[in-house]
Design a binder for this molecule. Structure first.
Ligand SMILES: [Zn+2]
Ligand SMILES: [Zn+2]
Length: 394
């Protein structure tokens, strides 16, 4: 379909023509494939996105060349879009997950296009297939993104002093890929978990990425802020690849009612978030349903506790604690088992949160120097003369 530069027709439930127009600065017509938009809608639904940002849609020949293309790529045909998909928690969904889902939906050109794994190129090219990862050059990298990225689900455990001495090398050898460590409880610094330092050092030394949690006894917002202060002191100077969580589950706290409980949660979560942490909330399926306000569940990542084979909890969550009776080498007795569905380490490190320093902001929309065009700029020196030009793939 052809559109005029100022056309802002709503072309589907969630996409407007204006999102796809060329960003070269000249006000010219543009094209959008209806198949592209249909598939983007399917992708949006499959990933349960809160929104999809189109950073580059149609590109005229000049603009395509300006951003490094050949002027004949899928963007110039209106068949491609570079997108960032946001989850219900407002965080970008990893491009690794987006590539897999785009493959399910039948996009014929798909590629991760940023080192932070936040932006994805998708297109509906005809007659050929391109599954790329531009962080590693321009070639097709796989015929199955699920195999290429190794799946997103990670197996984990969460532990506290109650689990005694842990042999983290054995834990690692048993296939555990992350651990959430209790840092402590309440509002006194002496209530730091006795094994926190040991567990942190042990897991890190074994190459197991970690998160942390704080167990709450707060009965009002002031106490929650005191707990946040102590938690921040205890975790200061450490680095967490996974989120840090607030754990509120005492029955006397729930007796305060949903409104007060939610206010306590907000007080803690806001303070820790402001201090530069990717913070989330731990809760049982029932406490999340009956005692947690919606704004908390949509803003903060959820660590769901539900000890069943298949959870019927309908809200979004990043980690599911599915058992308290796990057996893992290196831990004596029963241990809590978790599954993680999100690539937290990539997001946390790319945003410089959880003790990782600030890095150059990866979020500005890239107009990628594209690969889909199969050309290469080359400079060679022969004797005293230098030659430069463009090579085209045959
Ligand atoms: Zn243009
Ligand atoms: Zn692209």
């Amino acid at each position: 379909m052809k559109y005029g530069y100022n056309d802002n027709t709503q072309i589907s439930a969630h996409f407007n023509a204006a999102e796809f127009r060329c960003k070269c600065g000249k006000e010219h017509d543009f094209e959008i494939s209806s198949e592209l938009v249909e598939k983007l809608e399917k992708l949006r639904a499959a990933l349960n996105c809160s929104s999809i940002n189109v950073s580059s849609g149609y590109r005229c020949v000049t603009h395509d060349k300006n951003v490094g293309g050949s002027g004949t790529g899928q963007h110039t045909l209106g068949k491609a879009a570079d997108i960032c998909c946001y989850g219900q928690d407002g965080q970008p969904i990893s491009s690794k997950v987006v590539c897999c889902k785009a493959q399910d939906i039948g996009f014929t050109g798909i590629a991760n296009i940023t080192a932070a794994y936040i932006y994805t190129h998708v297109d509906v090219r005809e007659g050929s297939k391109w599954y790329g990862d531009e962080v590693h050059g321009n070639a097709s990298v796989t015929d199955d993104f699920y195999k290429y990225f190794g799946g997103e689900d990670m197996k984990g455990i969460d532990v506290s002093a109650h689990n005694g001495n842990i042999d983290w090398n054995k834990v690692k050898a048993d296939g555990i890929e992350f651990a959430i460590l209790r840092a402590g409880f309440g509002r006194l610094e002496k209530q730091k978990d006795e094994k926190f330092e040991e567990n942190y050092a042990g897991a890190k030394a074994a190459g197991i990425p970690v998160g942390a949690y704080w167990y709450s006894y707060a009965m009002d917002e002031d106490e929650a802020r005191l707990e946040a202060d102590v938690f921040l002191k205890v975790i200061k100077g450490k680095q967490f690849e996974f989120p840090v969580y607030f754990d509120l589950e005492e029955s006397k706290q729930f007796d305060l009612g949903k409104e007060k409980v939610s206010a306590i949660m907000r007080a803690f979560l806001e303070k820790v978030e402001k201090a530069g942490y990717f913070v989330g909330l731990y809760g049982s399926a029932s406490s999340l349903t009956t005692h947690t306000a919606d704004d908390i569940k949509s803003h903060y990542t959820i660590w769901l506790a539900h000890w069943v084979d298949k959870t019927n909890y309908s809200g979004a969550y990043g980690i599911w604690q599915y058992s308290e009776k796990g057996k893992v080498d290196g831990v004596s007795g029963a241990v809590d088992l978790d599954i993680c569905y999100k690539d937290f380490p990539t997001v946390i490190k790319s945003k410089g949160l959880n003790g990782y320093g600030k890095v150059p902001d990866p979020t500005p929309a890239p107009d990628e120097t594209t690969a889909e065009n199969q050309t290469a700029a080359v400079t060679v020196t022969i004797g005293k003369d230098t030659y430069s030009g463009t090579l085209t793939k045959v």
